[in-house]
Write a protein that binds this ligand. Structure first.
Ligand SMILES: *Cc1c(COP(=O)(O)O)cnc(C)c1O
Length: 406
């Protein structure tokens, strides 16, 4: 991973915020209201929904990390997505990926049902998407790269070039990589959003979001809407999220080192049908990943050979991975998209999006990777070898050779 000034910024931004005592950690301001300095003389803040020091330090830090002009911290990632739709009128179309985050898909299509905007759906991994952008002339093109759960990539620079040529803005959900590994604004993207719930906070204890804009003007418009509709984030959440950001770069480094080792291990495992990880040369968009990302991230998906029952056995046999949705925390999570994150999709649409019944997604944590691989190995053994499952003779290692990575 390329180290740059981002790491220093993530650690230090806002450290000089306390003018009274010089507290190194910016103090937590819970007050909902602020006194006026004099008649008709507002200080920096007047009311907590409109502005709060903790939220502002977090917004400023995230805007700088993404290379944007303005950051707006929202109560959740979905609030950030929702905020972006405020720039659309009923005549405007938002062009979205066919495999976008389920919550975003549900939001966009429900707003369309109420006549608030129009939605068009494309597959951004197909070259035909560029003609579709030109033909549809959307107001906003929405991308998510890598996508969930099979980690397909979208060529950010190309989408930006074509979208801007027809006057469309481009919004990118950068949740899966975090600003440590991908900066869409550097490719001309107009709006970046994050569910800060994931890698940015990184400790699975805050739900939050952020919108970052390339221009100050668009940032002011969206900040006005955020206050207007009342979706700004809570001070304590901002305080904790900033604490999470202090270690973002070191966490990400470990997440992806572990994810790389696990994906290589899975690739050699005879019970695995397919591994999805952009860092593998077998990934169809490996070169694009190298070109537009600073690293490959901590998410790995794979399908196992067998049935849904085998998949269930495997998922309940792992001990170092918690069977849970979400991602980006220091602890490893394992999930079955077909019955969990993607359960709301119609089966045909689900299969088309690459989510079959034996697909497993892992959010690789920062534990010792030897423990994680040993755990996957024993879960494979329990799944494949029924004797072991019944507490009988221990089978030999299920996968012949581990890659020599350590
Ligand atoms: C989790 C997630 C969201 C929604 O964020 P919340 O914080 O849960 O509201 C949006 N996009 C992606 C890619 C996500 O993973």
């Amino acid at each position: 991973m390329k180290q740059n000034k981002q790491t220093t910024l993530a650690v230090r931004n806002g450290i000089t915020a306390d003018k009274h005592h010089g507290a190194v950690v910016p103090p937590l301001y819970l007050s909902t209201t602020y006194s006026f300095a004099d008649f008709d003389k507002k200080r920096d803040y007047d009311y907590g929904r409109s502005g709060n020091p903790n939220r502002d330090i977090l917004a400023d830090t995230l805007a700088k990390l993404e290379g944007g002009e303005k950051g707006i911290v929202t109560a959740t990632g979905m609030a950030a997505v929702h905020l972006c739709t405020q720039i659309l009128t009923p005549e405007d179309t938002i062009l979205i990926p066919h495999d976008c985050y389920g919550g975003s898909y549900r939001l966009f299509t429900s707003l369309e049902k109420r006549g608030l905007l129009k939605v068009a759906v494309v597959d951004f991994t197909q070259a035909s998407c560029y003609e579709q952008i030109k033909a549809i002339k959307p107001k906003l093109v929405w991308i998510e790269t890598p996508s969930n759960p099979v980690l397909r990539l979208t060529d950010i620079a190309k989408v930006v070039e074509v979208s801007h040529s027809v006057g469309a803005l481009v919004g990118a959900d950068n949740t899966f990589l975090s600003p440590a590994l991908q900066n869409p604004i550097s490719f001309g993207v107009d709006i970046v959003i994050h569910s800060t719930t994931k890698y940015i906070n990184g400790h699975s204890d805050v739900v939050g979001g952020v919108v970052i804009t390339r221009t100050a003007e668009l940032g002011e418009e969206l900040a006005w809407w955020a206050n207007n509709i009342g979706i700004t984030g809570a001070p304590f959440d901002a305080y904790l999220t900033l604490r999470g950001i202090r270690t973002l770069n070191v966490r990400i480094k470990q997440h992806q080192e572990n994810a790389f080792a696990i994906s290589r291990y899975l690739e050699t495992c005879e019970h695995v049908e397919k591994v999805y990880y952009p860092g593998l040369e077998s990934h169809p968009q490996h070169d694009l990943a190298k070109a537009q990302q600073k690293g490959f991230g901590g998410m790995v998906s794979f399908s196992i050979k067998g049935t849904i029952e085998d998949t269930a056995k495997f998922l309940t046999s792992v001990e170092q991975f918690s069977l849970a949705e979400s991602l980006g925390g220091v602890e490893s999570l394992i999930c079955h998209p077909a019955t969990m994150t993607h359960a709301g999709m119609a089966p045909e649409a689900r299969i088309k999006a690459g989510v079959n019944d034996t697909l497993i997604r892992i959010s690789v944590g920062i534990e010792d990777v030897e423990d994680l691989i040993a755990d996957l190995e024993q879960a494979f053994a329990k799944t494949i070898n029924k004797d072991v499952a019944a507490g009988g003779e221990k089978s030999t290692q299920c996968c012949a050779a581990r890659p020599a990575l350590w």
